[in-house]
Design a protein around this ligand. Structure first.
Ligand code: CO
Length: 138
């Protein structure tokens, strides 16, 4: 089942230019910055209570985030990620409900998590991520 909103993914042109807003105007702290070469992005994570913000900066014009920024020049909310203890089960459930899976199999995303996405055309317009820790958390 879905446990909580794990993070909101937010597309930005530049982490360097965006992080100060979150730190200075909102008082959040950047936990870590990480390259995710598989998705051609660099990410920055901020704790907000039990959830996170994940800023996404494209590292290549082929990055899905670069394409998002072409349509949304100011950036903005890119995806909603739900934490689950059963990522394959959630994918199967979504598939059975008629959703289009972008990834048939979960893969390693940022922050040591297995992730998989549902296509926004089949999810009421919201790019939807399921994620689960690779190492079970105690
Ligand atoms: Co994400």
């Amino acid at each position: 089942m879905l446990q909580r909103i794990d993070h909101l993914g937010i597309a930005v042109r530049s982490l360097e230019d965006s992080i100060p807003y979150y730190e200075k105007a909102l008082g959040l702290k950047c936990e870590h910055v990480e390259d995710v070469p598989g998705q051609k992005v660099r990410t920055a994570f901020f704790h907000v209570g039990e959830t996170h913000l994940e800023l996404l900066e494209p590292t290549s014009p082929e990055s899905p985030i670069a394409k998002f920024l072409e349509k949304n020049p100011h950036g903005g909310i890119h995806h909603v990620a739900f934490a689950t203890d059963d990522i394959k089960g959630q994918l199967a459930r979504a598939r059975d409900a008629g959703c289009q899976l972008i990834h048939e199999e979960p893969f390693e995303g940022a922050a040591g998590k297995l992730v998989a996405f549902l296509h926004p055309k089949s999810t009421q317009g919201v790019l939807t991520e399921f994620c689960t820790p690779i190492e079970p958390q105690n």
